[in-house]
Design a protein around this ligand. Sequence first.
Ligand code: GSH
Length: 214
Amino acid sequence: MRKLLEFHRSPNAVKVRVGLNYKGLEYEIEEMMAADREPMLAAASWPMIPILIDGDVVMRDSLAILHYLEANYRDAPSLTPGSRDEIQTAEALLANLSPEILRIQWGLSPQFRKPEADREEAAIAEAREAMRTALERLERRLANRAWLVGDAMSIYDIVLACNLLPTRPPERFAEQSPIWRFFADHFRLDDDVRVASWIDRVVEHDDDWGGPPA
Ligand SMILES: N[C@@H](CCC(=O)N[C@@H](CS)C(=O)NCC(=O)O)C(=O)O
């Protein structure tokens, strides 16, 4: 049986589950522990999740796994945009937006690692404003379309939407994790934001979506 090594609440693991589910590919999951990287190193010479073991093939890195699934399971529903122009447009959106979004999120780690009382409100507010600015362009892009390009979800929707999952934390994740609770409290997008409903549309394909965001 296909196996996914993961940290269940990792956005990178969600990307792969969405891809596998969308394509209707069965898999089992094995939860890893940050304190013991041996199983990941043994499987893929790589100390991070997600790792997909598919028969004799071992793939690591969420985007590489999505491309692998796309290239090799072509009879399953496609996650590839319909034309070269659409692929290039989607690649450009991802290349422009993802680094900025990840930079903002990673910059918050000193805050969410502190006890709540010690957190710096000004730093959190500044990051929230930076996120709002970063998302303006995406909000315009989604003004008259359901997906980044074309009329169906593609791997680019999966990657970008899952990178933005901290702005739409699934209720179950927020219940289970203080980091997700932090993002739910400070970065949650309102329901009427187009980016919010687009993220929800992508993450609905995760088995463990757990209903509306926290
Ligand atoms: N580019 C990689 C990044 C993988 C990654 O950063 N994984 C994190 C979880 S989201 C991880 O395993 N980090 C090690 C740790 O937190 O101990 C991907 O997209 O799969």
